[in-house]
Design a protein around this ligand. Structure first.
Ligand code: MN
Ligand code: MN
Length: 319
């Protein structure tokens, strides 16, 4: 049973449109706060889109996601899980980037997440673009390579952009394999689709043993079958989950930089996360929500709903 200090503010005590917005109305506990020692899972904002190559905006994601997260209640309607009773959860605030320097931002992020790991806290991050995942993996995968379950319409496995630029939101998992942060044979990418520059990313995946499940196979086999394979690939070891909102069809998640049509519905987007139940999840992220392309807030609301589902599978296992 979680400490009462770490319970979210109930909408029965203070209306959900009132108050200072933190992730899911949890207490704000920065890394230098004494209460940090009691935190099990830390929700972290990563307001950085320095790796974005097309339409920008995810640097504004954490603020909009915090705002929309006040819509989240304490109990999962599908599974009945009450995550805030199972683990001490807190909003750790934002990890600060240097918006004018990509490499310095990567260093700042890795240093921050190394402190989170050192404190024994599992991070649940709201991005930010997908390059944010690399410095997180540099901290969490420093000792041994992690398994990775990656939802996306893109592999983000390209070698470089613009003739040699190594750090973009299209390259983080190529770097993560090269640096030994993830085990390619325990990595699965789900939902891949859309037009492509070429097959360089897919060729690399095949060469190193990453399992790529394209959207055609995903729909042909169905969620339960695909996710059973994903759990088998990840295995019982420490696993990171990375969820790009552009995995979801742009009819449901238009507020993102590189949307691809022909994707899962919002219902299917939630279902795949519930199917992660039983994995040993050491951290997770939800990236690429871009508020400038999301004037209705619908993408951010789906984003925080996915963060809540991720939180539920991080706190409970029924398998
Ligand atoms: Mn991505
Ligand atoms: Mn993507």
């Amino acid at each position: 049973m979680a400490d009462p200090f770490f319970q979210p503010v109930s909408g029965f005590d203070l209306p959900r449109f009132a108050g200072v917005p933190t992730f899911m109305r949890l207490p704000h506990v920065p890394l230098d706060d004494p209460r940090i020692a009691d935190v099990d899972i830390g929700l972290i904002g990563a307001p950085w889109d320095g790796g974005t190559t097309n339409r920008p905006g995810p640097r504004h994601g954490p603020r909009q996601l915090r705002d929309l997260s006040t819509m989240i209640r304490a109990q999962n309607g599908a599974t009945g899980i009450r995550p805030f009773e199972r683990a001490n959860c807190a909003d750790l605030g934002d990890v600060g980037p240097n918006p004018a320097d990509v490499v310095d931002s990567l260093t700042r992020f890795t240093d921050f997440y190394a402190r989170v790991k050192e404190a024994g806290i599992r991070p649940l991050t709201a991005g930010g673009d997908h390059l944010c995942s690399l410095p997180i993996l540099r901290a969490l995968g420093a000792d041994a390579p992690l398994a990775l379950v990656h939802f996306d319409s893109h592999t983000d496995l390209f070698k470089s952009y613009f003739g040699g630029t190594l750090y973009t939101h299209g390259t983080p998992f190529r770097r993560a394999v090269e640096e030994g942060l993830i085990d390619p044979k325990r990595t699965v990418q789900i939902g891949i689709r859309g037009t492509a520059y070429d097959s360089e990313d897919r060729d690399f995946a095949q060469a190193v043993g990453i399992r790529v499940i394209a959207i055609e196979e995903f729909f042909a086999r169905g969620i339960a079958d695909v996710m059973a394979e994903a759990r088998e690939i990840a295995g019982s070891g420490p696993t990171y989950v990375s969820y790009d909102i552009d995995f979801v069809d742009p009819a449901f998640a238009p507020g993102t930089g590189t949307p691809e049509v022909g994707g899962p519905t919002s219902f299917q987007a939630l279902q795949v996360v519930r199917e992660l139940d039983g994995l040993s999840i050491v951290g997770a992220d939800l990236v690429e929500v871009s508020p400038p392309f999301d004037p209705s807030g619908a993408t951010a609301f789906l984003g925080v709903s996915l963060l809540f589902e991720l939180l539920c599978v991080m706190t409970a296992s029924s398998r």
